[in-house]
Design a binder for this molecule. Structure first.
Ligand SMILES: [Cu+2]
Length: 164
C-alpha cells in the first residue's frame, strides 16, 4: 500500500512538471516558461527566452548558459539604436532581491544559441543549463514554440541583425 501511494505521488509530481505551468524553482529563484523559436535549415543561431524572478532577500546573477544543441550559448541584450535593432553580448544578468527579468523577442534580454547542431523544430524540447553565481547550475527544458501561435508577436529577427 505504501508503494502504491508513493508511485501515485511520483506520477502526480511528474504530471505537474510537464503541465503548462512549466516553471522551475532553484533556491530563491523562480524560472518561468523557457521557450525558443523554430529555426530554418542552415540558420546558424536561434534564440531562447525565459523569465527569472528573485524571490529571496539575497542578490544573485545569471553568469552563464550552455546547451548541447549549440556550440555556444550567450546572454544577449537587444535594443533600438536609431532605427537599427542591435544585439550585444552582456555576459551576465544581475538579479537583485525582488528583480524580475522577462526575456522576450524583440526587446531586452535573450539567450542566443550559436552554432546550432540541428534546426530547432516546433514542438521539440531542448535542454538548457543556467549557471547562477549563488544558486548554482540548473537544467531547464526549453520548448520550441511557433511564433504564429502567439498573436501580437513577430518572428525573431535573428541572427541577421547580429552585430558582434
Ligand atoms: Cu542575440
Amino acid at each position: 500500500m505504501t508503494l502504491h501511494r508513493l508511485s501515485f505521488l511520483t506520477f502526480a509530481v511528474l504530471l505537474a512538471g510537464v503541465s503548462h505551468a512549466h516553471e522551475y524553482t532553484v533556491k530563491q529563484l523562480q524560472i518561468g516558461h523557457p521557450y525558443a523559436r523554430p529555426t530554418v535549415a542552415h540558420q546558424p543561431g536561434g534564440a531562447a527566452y525565459l523569465s527569472i524572478e528573485n524571490k529571496g532577500s539575497q542578490g544573485d546573477r545569471l553568469v552563464g548558459v550552455t546547451s548541447p544543441v549549440a556550440k555556444s550559448a550567450q546572454i544577449h541584450t537587444m535594443s533600438m539604436e536609431g532605427n537599427v535593432m542591435k544585439m550585444r553580448e552582456v555576459g551576465e544578468i544581475g538579479l537583485p532581491p525582488g528583480a524580475k527579468v522577462e526575456m522576450k523577442p524583440g526587446n531586452g534580454y535573450h539567450i542566443m544559441l550559436m552554432g546550432l547542431n540541428q534546426p530547432l523544430k516546433a514542438g521539440e524540447k531542448i535542454p538548457l543549463t543556467l549557471s547562477f553565481e549563488k544558486a548554482g547550475k540548473t537544467e531547464v527544458s526549453v520548448l520550441v514554440e511557433d511564433a504564429g501561435k502567439q498573436p501580437g508577436q513577430q518572428a525573431t529577427p535573428v541572427p541577421a541583425l547580429h552585430q558582434h
